[in-house]
Ligand binder design. Structure first.
Ligand code: WT7
Length: 649
């Protein structure tokens, strides 16, 4: 990517937005944070570690002698659940709301920190009675309900690492994960609510369990009341076991490096990777970033991460970060368009949400549905907006800022990965003058860079590979049971440097633009380009709602650009004119080299339930192959429609 003129000219952005003066004046993190961290990085993390409570103080901040296996806050002992729950109650904050739970069908629950302490203690006592011990792995396959949080924290309390499996995964995905980390205990629910219907969970677990004879017990929360099959030797109702438990449970302190959880990474082919996080560093990372990036004022804010707990975003910014900071969060079970397309804005208005954190894919859906919908609600409680999960195209960023944030809320585009545990690159909302589409700078204490193929830092204005040059507290420690793969995936490209697998560019001002996975970076006639860049250009066209671009093999050019486009509802339904229009639009916004070989108008795009576009499947279509595994798609019929359209055109 070095010295590539295409990349150099991309991602230039003249618009920039300084933080509003009143926001800046009251912000948690001021510019001095960068100076402090630059002067003494280890000392800076030592200071951040004081945000949490240690039963035994650590004696060494970082042990990086056994690279790439880092140890943080060595010698320290703590309990993550104590930090998230008990200490707030001990500090007199028991009546503060931890969660406003909003079920998809409109049922609500308000859970204070005292309630949380009681529920987590009972759940921990129940798990102990059932034989769960420190070090045992517990799988959690649940809808977005408070019991999911109770179950996670009960595991943390016992030092039993949880592995939360996203509720949309199939039986075989559950079985793979359960077997990979030797789970003997599973927590699930009868079902959940999704798009106004009942979704089954217990029956999926039942199917998975046919392949998992090692599992001794399945503990089942009653959520929907739907009929479920029952195995008397194995299955237990949560309410029968948990409700009768004592409300007091004494947490034990564990080593700072004791495993807290395993989260399997999505999207790659082959065996899923069990990304392992440990206790002290992870809690420091999530609590620090929740303070610095989200500017949390725990006694005033209502914080809402609109993501699923089954992904790392939910772990770090619905559960551990906000709870470690004693914050009040919204926990919403359902989808943005159930029962109507204003549901999110209704929730913001109802709970006076002040900080909203979501994914660009959601923002683009809202754009498609039109500005009139959010305009019907009072969104004046919002003061800060966050984005995560994929590059945010400047148009979506601007729309978010204007139509959701009323042009008054800073927008923070936060880059990080499951492996990172917490945000690594992001504006500080009270300090950074933001540019639409850029994640801006590494946070204080984070040393990230962009390297060329040889491992040299690229010059400003150039693109390359995103790397992290120094360890950070919430980094993954290993891949469960596979140290070799851990070393090979992240530490083999450049010695002692973390390889993120993302392409990125540093612009002339030194700001970072994350261009997407390296495997989504195309090479057309020797010019490297990001699919995200072309998608962004397409989405900037007034007729386009969403776009996905893949590289298909091409004899002449190496790869050719294939675009799949959803039109806005206001646009007509396609035809050659639109396609030609779009082709010349891309040509004029990026350059002839970016012109798609073909543009297909599609009714929908294949997405995982977490909203990631599965480009692998589109690539199959573009390269005339049989379409691969569609089981992780939110809606598997999408691929049939796309293939049918392909054959007809
Ligand atoms: C990949 C990690 C951790 C959040 C949820 C996703 C992409 C994430 C951004 C961003 C551009 C982003 C990267 C990264 N990504 N945030 N702000 N800008 N790209 O976690 O499933 O582990 O995916 O998501 O490609 O590598 P994940």
């Amino acid at each position: 990517m070095t010295n590539n003129p295409t990349i150099q000219e991309l991602s230039h952005e003249d618009r920039s937005f300084p933080p509003p003066a009143d926001f800046a004046a009251a912000a948690n993190a001021q510019a001095v944070e960068y100076e402090k961290a630059a002067a003494d990085r280890i000392g800076y993390w030592e200071e951040q570690a004081q945000r949490i409570s240690w039963e035994t103080p650590f004696d060494t901040v970082l042990d990086w002698s056994d690279r790439p296996f880092a140890k943080w806050f060595v010698g320290g002992r703590l309990n993550a659940a104590y930090n998230c729950v008990d200490r707030h109650v001990e500090n007199g904050l028991g009546d503060r709301v931890a969660y406003y739970f909003e079920g998809e069908s409109g049922d609500t629950r308000t859970i204070t920190y005292s309630d949380l302490l009681r529920e987590v203690s009972k759940a921990a006592n129940a798990l102990t009675e059932l034989g769960v011990k420190t070090g045992d792995r517990v799988a959690i396959y649940m809808p977005m309900i408070p019991e999911t949080v109770f179950a996670m924290l009960a595991c943390a309390r016992l030092g039993a690492p949880h592995t939360v499996i996203f509720g949309g995964f199939s039986a075989s995905a559950i079985a793979d994960r359960v077997k990979d980390c030797g789970v003997e205990f599973v927590i699930t629910a009868d079902g959940g609510y999704r798009k106004g219907k009942l979704s089954a969970l217990k029956s999926v677990v039942d199917e998975a369990m046919e392949d998992c004879p090692e599992v001794r017990n399945v503990l089942v929360v009653r959520r929907t009341g739907q009929d479920v099959d029952w195995n008397d030797d194995r299955d237990l109702w949560w309410h029968e076991v948990v409700d009768r438990q004592p409300e007091i449970h004494t947490p034990e302190a564990f080593d700072s490096e004791h495993p807290l959880y395993i989260m399997y990474s999505s999207g790659t082919t082959g065996k899923p990777k069990g990304i392992m996080h440990t206790t002290g560093g992870y809690l420091v990372g999530t609590s620090f970033t929740h303070w610095a990036v989200f500017d949390i004022k725990p006694d005033k804010d209502v914080f809402w991460t609109a993501a699923d707990i089954g992904w790392v975003t939910g772990h770090s910014y619905i559960v551990y970060g906000p709870l470690a900071n004693g914050a009040t969060s919204v926990l919403y079970e359902g989808t943005p368009d159930t029962p109507h397309r204003g549901r999110w804005w209704e929730i913001v208005q109802k709970y006076k949400v002040s900080i909203l954190y979501c994914a660009p894919t959601a923002i683009r859906s809202f754009m498609k549905w039109g500005r009139d919908i959010p305009a019907q609600y009072d969104l004046s409680s919002l003061r800060l907006l966050g984005s995560v999960g994929e590059p945010i195209n400047p148009e979506a960023w601007m729309w978010y800022r204007e139509h959701i944030g009323g042009n008054r809320c800073p927008v923070v585009d936060t880059w990080w990965q499951t492996e990172n545990g917490s945000i690594l690159i992001s504006p500080l909302p009270g300090v950074t003058e933001t540019k639409p589409g850029s994640a801006m700078r590494p946070l204080p204490g984070i040393v990230a860079d962009v390297f060329d193929d040889e491992g040299n830092s690229v010059e400003p204005g150039n693109g390359g590979y995103l790397v992290v040059k120094e360890p950070w507290p919430s980094m993954l420690r290993t891949l469960w049971g596979d140290e070799e793969r851990f070393k090979k995936t992240y530490w083999s490209q450049y010695p002692e440097v973390y390889f993120a697998g993302d392409g990125a560019k540093i612009d002339r001002d030194g700001d970072f633009w994350v261009l997407g996975r390296v495997d989504d970076v195309l090479n057309v006639s020797g010019h490297r380009m990001s699919t995200a860049e072309i998608e962004s250009a397409l989405v900037a066209h007034p007729k386009v709602a969403e776009a996905a671009v893949v590289g298909a093999k091409d004899e002449m050019t190496g790869q050719a650009i294939e675009a799949f486009v959803i039109l806005r509802e206001s646009a007509d339904d396609g035809g050659d004119d639109v396609v030609n229009d779009l082709r010349s639009h891309v040509r004029s916004s990026i350059g002839p080299i970016a012109t798609p070989r073909s543009i297909m108008i599609v009714p929908d795009l294949p997405k995982t339930r977490s909203g990631k576009i599965m480009r692998r499947l589109l690539k199959d279509v573009a390269e005339n192959r049989e379409v691969g595994d569609v089981t992780t798609l939110a809606d598997s019929s999408v691929m049939d429609l796309i293939q049918k359209g392909m054959k007809e055109s």
